[in-house]
Design a protein around this ligand. Structure first.
Ligand code: NAD
Length: 487
């Protein structure tokens, strides 16, 4: 196996050591990646700084043309990217194929957005003054990504960043770096100028920490856990860097009794169990009206038990392994805590070890009923296939339960009463919400959380703005003396 390298200043670079990469479905070794250090981050920042003036000065048409070429190549290689992410992360092929398509769409969207009108003009109180704003790139952006959507997280970060004229130092998760390496091979192939996008590989404690610390980085944009985000924000405070944080969640899916049970069950399953529950916006709390509670849960458990859990490259796989043994153990520990705190386990709750599954990190779809707000399973992010069900009677109770955590990433409501659905969705303290739906995510619309789920937005026009500074320009239309001082 050839060692996968970092991409710094347009060169493929070895780090100080190496790291082995394993398939979470069976523990087999699938690659070796180089392991970078803080020194490599410093070199990448220097390369990004050197490349910034020319890239910021490159015409939007030329920048867009490169992004479009990248989008085309991702689309052409979608199956290869899907195979890489499925082997690396474990997710079913249908999921990773969707990620590749969305990643291409993200590059294409920002290629199209970058030359659209922006800025404002003002009629100031002084008629001889004219004011306007322009948006300019920030400079060098440090970008740090998690392991749950390896290629897509790279696309969400890099596409708007370089489209806006910034340069980037990008770090993927140590667990899932392979598709990022392939993406940077495409950057090289299409002729992205050296230093515009730099890939640094290595741990959060060394490489990630240096990205947040380095004074040459103007903004740090991070997706990952809330505790890591807190640490990055503290580090970034030293140099007053801008921060963008997309953090964890414990998102509610509220279902009222006027909804067809089969439809409600179908969405509730999708909300929590797609991508093995390793989704920041997973509907990990089902908030269910008491009048349908028992019948609904019976059907929900029966369908959860039929989900086809298998290695991601097996035809028909609906749920793959968790990303690592360590993460599986963390999910199993959350399950044990829920049991000990009195949550009622109605299905799952264990590692799957039948036949070939014993070689990987598979956990059965798990549902806890009768959960109360004081329980850890209601308050803590599990980031796995574990659902906590809470019961409500009135609309007000549903809203109070839905908003009753420190998180505020996403929320969904199901009801055929449009006025009620609107009241509830307006009351949600969350950044991404759905009515009679859960999960659909669009490159065109903003993504990000309230409360401890983050700061800032990705995607859409809001996502592009996060990669710009706003400059005010004032023009004196009657140049002459100011005469503020008499002599
Ligand atoms: P994590 O916080 O452990 O790691 C994320 C990234 O940060 C990795 O690249 C890691 O190496 C790096 N890192 C770790 N410590 C660091 C430090 N001290 N300084 C700088 N970088 C550091 O998260 P994870 O386990 O990879 O991902 C799961 C988490 O990500 C979940 O909490 C999930 O909710 C969140 N997530 C959020 C979104 C969103 O859009 N809000 C999307 C996906 C995942």
């Amino acid at each position: 196996m050839t060692e996968k390298l970092m991409y710094i200043g347009g060169e493929w670079v070895k780090g100080a050591g190496t790291r082995e990469v394993f398939n979470p479905a069976d523990g087999t070794k699938i690659g070796i990646v180089t392991d970078g250090t803080a020194e490599d981050v410093k070199k990448a920042v220097a390369a990004a700084r050197a490349a910034f003036p020319a890239w910021a000065g490159t015409s939007v048409t030329a920048r867009a043309a490169l992004l479009l070429k990248i989008a085309d190549r991702i689309e052409e290689l979608a199956e290869e990217f899907a195979a890489i992410d499925t082997a690396d992360n474990g997710k079913p092929l249908r999921d990773s194929l969707g990620d590749a398509t969305d990643s291409a769409a993200c590059f294409r969207y920002y290629a199209g957005l970058i030359d659209k009108p922006s800025g404002q003009t003002y009629l100031t109180p002084d008629p001889e003054n004219f004011a306007m704003t322009v948006r300019e790139p920030i400079g060098v952006v440090g970008q740090i990504a998690p392991w749950n959507y390896p290629l897509m997280m790279a696309a969400w970060k890099i596409a708007p960043c370089i489209a806006a004229g910034n340069t980037t130092v990008f770090k993927p998760s140590t667990l899932t770096a392979l598709s990022s390496v392939r993406l940077f091979e495409l950057f090289d192939e299409v002729g992205l100028p050296a230093g515009v996008a730099n890939l640094v590989l290595g741990s959060g404690a060394t490489v990630g920490q240096e990205i947040a610390e380095n004074p040459g980085v103007d903004k740090v944009v991070f997706t990952g856990g809330t505790d890591t985000g807190r640490q990055i924000m503290k580090t970034a405070a030293e140099t007053i860097k801008g921060v963008g944080l997309e953090l964890g969640g414990k998102s509610p899916c509220v279902i009222f009794d006027d909804v067809d049970t089969d439809i409600g069950v179908d969405w509730a399953l999708f909300a929590i169990f797609c991508n093995q529950g390793e989704v920041c916006s997973a509907g990990s709390r089902l908030i269910l009206q008491d009048t349908i509670y028992d019948e609904f849960l019976e059907k929900l458990a029966a369908r959860a038990e039929k989900i086809k859990v298998a290695r991601g490259d097996e035809p028909g796989s609906e749920m793959g392994p968790l990303v690592s043994e360590e993460h599986m153990n963390s999910v199993l520990a959350h399950i044990e805590t829920a049991k000990s705190q009195g949550a009622r386990l109605i299905t799952g709750g264990y590692r799957l070890t039948d036949g070939e599954l014993a070689k990987g990190w598979f956990v059965a779809p798990t549902i806890f009923a009768d959960c109360t707000p004081d329980m850890a399973i209601v308050q803590k992010e599990v980031f796995g296939p574990v659902l906590a069900v809470q019961k409500f009677h009135t609309e007000d109770e549903a809203i109070e339960l839905a908003n009753g955590t420190d998180f505020g990433l996403a929320a969904g409501v199901f009801s055929n009463d449009i006025a009620r659905a609107m009241r509830v969705v307006r009351a949600f303290r969350a950044g991404i919400t759905w009515v009679n739906s859960y999960h659909p995510t669009f490159t065109q619309a903003p993504w990000g959380g309230y409360k401890q789920s983050g700061i800032g937005r990705e995607l859409g026009t809001y996502g592009l703005e996060e990669y710009t500074e706003v400059k005010q320009i004032n023009i004196n239309l009657a140049p002459g003396r100011v005469d503020w001082f008499e002599n």
